[in-house]
Design a protein. Sequence first.
Length: 108
Amino acid sequence: MKLLFLCVGVLMACVGCNSNTQAAAPAPQPVPKVFSEADVTRAQADIKSHYEDQGFEVQQVNLIKDSDRHLSGYVKIRKASGFVRPQLVKNCVASMDVDSGKSIWECK
């Protein structure tokens, strides 16, 4: 009878040890946000819209991925009206926040 209680006790201890190791598994890490092709197209459209709203004729917007969360490129613009309409080229960059996925862009 004593041997039966001893075996049951050892079994209970083993079951308790196994259940503790499974509960300690780490939570999966969130996937970091990166620029997709749709994000690049959206950023180009935002830049084009911004300059058109300011009275410029946008001839070309081009952005390429430098890394997963950084774009660089340019925008070619000229005044939409007037006798003298010089073409201007501005360098543009865009960055994406790793956690929220929000992006910002700037052209100089």
